[in-house]
Ligand binder design. Structure first.
Ligand code: SF4
Ligand SMILES: [Zn+2]
Ligand SMILES: [Zn+2]
Length: 310
């Protein structure tokens, strides 16, 4: 008879974890997950010297797992949640609703930023234009820029995101095959601040898989936005994630091994040979930028022109 490999209960549901191949019940899984995240946070010193912490929460399973695990594993650490409403029809409002409810139920301060109201355009406005083939890339630029800016302007010194092992390996895979060495050097569990206007970023879920985050939100009965972003269809990111899962079927622990090798073997060498980017103030917004105008402002002026001409 099927039973939990830890407490031996035969009560359903039981999850079979790909990472261990064993069956586990929800209450044993919760203990396993929270301990593993706590160990990761401590191992990389993620909360060292943190004065004011913000969590970027989209409303999906990963970021809500992050918020809940912080409440459970670090009950003394206060944090604020930052949520961006990206203006994607049939998706963004559901995400916002889920995050608002979570904050209300757990008495967490919420900073809400509505892209359409504040900037006059939404991610959906990119669908028909020259960026239609790389919507997730565009969305990534907007999210990274705004999350940092909101955190900085509200006095936070650390921003935690829900990027997990699957996300991180997918990004690494893409950067390596495209030879984007500077960016490879920035993929790390803790990205220290290199400028007073850039807040430190931490990834407490970097060793957790998509599957583990999903089982955690199910086990803890956390309400999350279950619908998929409609813009993700056909995205190269999803194709790469599927390919990586296939590799993992042939090479067990491939994702974790790749991350470990990256952190232990490659990062120390990259740190020596890849200088930190030299930054100046963006002429439009004043935020740190490699070029005269930052990627966000370049993108914004192009889409503002398109939105106005329609
Ligand atoms: S799937 Fe792509 S477009 Fe949709 S929210 Fe995620 S990054 Fe943005
Ligand atoms: Zn059990
Ligand atoms: Zn700018």
């Amino acid at each position: 008879m099927e039973q939990c490999s830890r407490c031996k209960t035969t009560e359903k549901p039981l999850f079979r974890l790909k990472i261990t191949g064993r069956l586990i019940c929800p209450s044993c899984f919760i203990k396993y997950y929270e301990k593993k995240v706590k160990n990761t946070v401590l191992k990389y010193g993620m909360l060292k010297d943190v004065r004011k912490l913000a969590l970027a929460v989209s409303g999906g399973k990963d970021s809500l797992a992050l918020a809940r695990v912080f409440l459970e594993a670090f009950p003394k650490i206060k944090f604020t949640i930052i949520h961006l409403n990206l203006g994607i029809p049939n998706y963004s409002d559901e995400c916002q609703g889920v995050v608002e409810r979570f904050c209300r139920e757990n008495s967490i301060e919420l900073i809400l930023y509505d892209l359409k109201n504040r900037n006059g355009y939404s991610i959906y406005d990119f669908v028909d234009g020259p960026f239609s083939k790389r919507l997730c890339g565009v969305c990534g630029i907007v999210k990274r820029y705004l999350m940092n800016k909101i955190a900085f302007e509200n006095g936070f010194d650390t921003l935690a995101t829900g990027h997990n092992l699957d996300d991180t390996v997918e990004v690494l895979f893409n950067l390596y095959i495209n030879g984007r060495i500077d960016e490879v050097a920035r993929i790390r569990p803790v990205l220290s601040s290199v400028n007073p206007r850039i807040v430190k970023k931490i990834k407490p879920l970097i060793e957790m898989t998509d599957e583990e985050d999903l089982y955690y939100v199910i086990s803890r009965k956390i309400d999350y936005a279950s619908s998929e972003c409609p813009l993700v269809k056909g995205s190269r990111m999803i194709k790469r994630k599927k390919l990586i899962l296939k590799i993992e079927e042939e090479i067990p622990h491939f994702k974790y091994l790749l991350l470990k090798t990256h952190i232990k073997r490659f990062l120390p060498i990259l740190e020596e040979y890849v200088p930190p980017p030299s930054l100046r103030e963006c002429e439009k917004c004043g935020m740190p930028s490699v070029d005269l105008i930052c990627s966000f402002c370049k993108l914004s002026s192009r889409i503002e022109r398109l939105v106005e001409s329609n």
